[in-house]
Design a protein around this ligand. Sequence first.
Ligand SMILES: C[S@@+](CC[C@H](N)C(=O)[O-])C[C@H]1O[C@@H](n2cnc3c(N)ncnc32)[C@H](O)[C@@H]1O
Length: 206
Amino acid sequence: MREFWNQKFEGDAYKYGEQPNAFLKQEAGRIRPHASVLVPGDGEGRNGVWLAEQGHQVWSVDCSDVGLAKAQDLARRRGVERQVQTRLADLTEWRPARQAFDAVVVCYLHLPSSQRPAVMANLLQALKPGGLLILEAFHPNQLGLTSGGPKDVDLLYTLQALRDDAIRSDVAGAELLGWEGEVDLDEGPFHQGRAQVTRWIWQAAG
Ligand SMILES: C[S@@+](CC[C@H](N)C(=O)[O-])C[C@H]1O[C@@H](n2cnc3c(N)ncnc32)[C@H](O)[C@@H]1O
């Protein structure tokens, strides 16, 4: 996994751009000011760095050292390097501290169905009471489209799968937003064009 993503992130270009994901930008106002935010699978850091620019303290965790080096560079260029901590880790092995974060932001982190429920449980358990998980990922209807994402249906997320993960996690909480549908992606060379995505916002009980 590490080698796969390191190869993808080689070179100066930011493969998903340097601007935040549009859904995150639209919904980030829900996160309380000066929050602690975990960004698992932050890659080259476009989302983590933007969240830091909004005044949050960010922990970007990714299995790609090439991606994280670019995230650190972006943070330096934007003057928020002290607000972004990076950690090289495989999310299927690393576990965040329980109830440590005000928000967890998951953007196009596609894990196989054999691993996703356990990782999602770890991420939901990492939320403080009242904390928010904000997620966007490709939906199975993305198969056949050329705007990005994995070509294996096992790596694509339905809302129902995420809801089942939340139930299995044993963390009390509620869905604030659940949506599956078509969007126009304009996120660097790797995410361009009409796409089918799943969007989900879930809040831990306060
Ligand atoms: C499609 S990229 C998305 C990057 C970033 N979230 C964005 O939207 O620009 C997926 C990211 O998830 C990371 N990733 C995939 N599987 C992982 C795992 N098991 N542990 C840690 N990171 C992982 C990859 O290294 C990559 O950075």
